[in-house]
Design a protein around this ligand. Structure first.
Ligand code: SF4
Length: 340
């Protein structure tokens, strides 16, 4: 265990974190066994995505850092190294908890200094990972957003989001909000292998149905689709059909991307788990982060066809109509490109 977190570097990397040589460390017990929490006070909580707004949002809030969902492909992993922690098991189990997240948000979205832009949750860590059961920071953030009538989007892999249905329903009455679930596959072996800390993907799809039934627009992001592992037509069709049955308002498809900082970690994992795929992965990701555009397009088209064959996605009425047609390339799809 590395008790000497390099908060000075954390501060340089992430201006939201103060220097906390005395960050409070809490060892998880009971349902949180195996986790360690580092409770810190954030200096600021709204993060501006650098560059022009390419992802459907420009502002994000992340109450945690690290993620117990432990997805092997998560591109946020290397961010833990700035804290003197490792990008492997430390990322999965040593979670930074910004305990003053809601308090900071309330201060930062005062009308005198905030224009009301959409805030995205789920861009660099999952807002409903296990820590949320204990700290309820995401719920507190949503309460502030709802109270201020500030639009938001959520992307998660955890059905725990249903806990906050009351807030989503209240928000959806007056605002265009989205609560989307990332569901890459129903294949049990692939799920266990690639997303070992997440709830079962069918539980997530049940959550999509539940939210839509309650009037909260909820879509599915089929991603990441992992070449040679979860891109068989039958695998894609199963999720597309279930998304239609769940009343999903969108269905995005994103093939795996592997950012340079994650490349070694991921290729080592492929070599250990699926060595026969290593030459293909070296070709696909050896010098690039994304698969060729044509490959992404083919898979997206296939998924769209499957959705059409299953009856098509549900249309929903926006508060401020911008596009009546259900989108297959959603803000959530772009969100996944950020979080991996
Ligand atoms: S991909 Fe998302 S859910 Fe998975 S570990 Fe990363 S942040 Fe968590």
């Amino acid at each position: 265990m590395n008790d000497t977190l390099r908060w000075n570097l954390a501060d340089a990397d992430d201006p939201q974190l103060s220097m906390f040589p005395d960050a409070r460390r809490e060892v998880g017990i009971g349902e949180y066994r195996g986790l360690e929490f580092y409770e810190v006070m954030a200096k600021t909580i709204i993060n501006k995505v650098p560059g022009p707004p390419r992802f459907g949002f420009q502002y994000t809030v992340n109450p945690y850092r690290g993620c117990s969902h432990a997805c092997t492909y998560c591109f946020a992993r290397p961010t833990h190294e700035y804290l003197g922690l490792n990008a492997a098991e430390d990322f999965d189990s040593k979670i930074i908890v910004k305990i003053n997240a809601a308090e900071r948000l309330r201060a930062e979205i005062q009308p005198s200094k905030w224009g009301g832009a959409l805030i995205a949750l789920g861009t660099n860590t999952d807002p409903y990972q296990r820590a949320e059961g204990k700290y309820r920071l995401t719920r507190a953030i949503l309460e502030v957003l709802v109270e201020h009538g500030n639009r938001f989007s959520v992307l998660t892999k955890n059905s725990l989001a249903v806990r906050d249905l009351d807030l989503f329903v209240e928000a959806a009455r007056t605002m265009d909000i989205r609560v989307d679930f990332s569901i890459g596959t129903f294949d049990e072996d692939v799920w266990r292998l690639t997303e070992p800390g997440t709830p079962h993907p069918r539980k997530r799809m049940e959550a999509v149905a539940r939210l839509n039934e309650a009037g909260v627009p909820s879509g599915v992001l089929m991603g990441p689709v992992i070449p040679g592992i979860s891109d068989e037509p039958a695998q894609l069709q199963e999720v597309a059909r279930a998304a239609v049955e769940a009343g999903a308002v969108s269905l995005g498809t994103v093939l795996l991307h592997v950012k340079p900082a994650l490349r070694d970690h991921f290729l080592t994992w492929i070599e250990d788990e699926r060595p026969e795929l290593l030459p293909r992965y070296r070709r696909l990701y050896g010098s690039k982060s994304f698969v060729p555009e044509g490959m992404q397009k083919r898979v997206s088209q296939m998924v769209n066809q499957f959705a059409q064959q299953a009856g098509g996605l549900r249309r929903y009425q926006r508060h401020k109509p911008v596009a009546a047609k259900p989108s297959t390339t959603t803000a959530a799809a772009e969100q996944l490109r950020l979080i991996g």
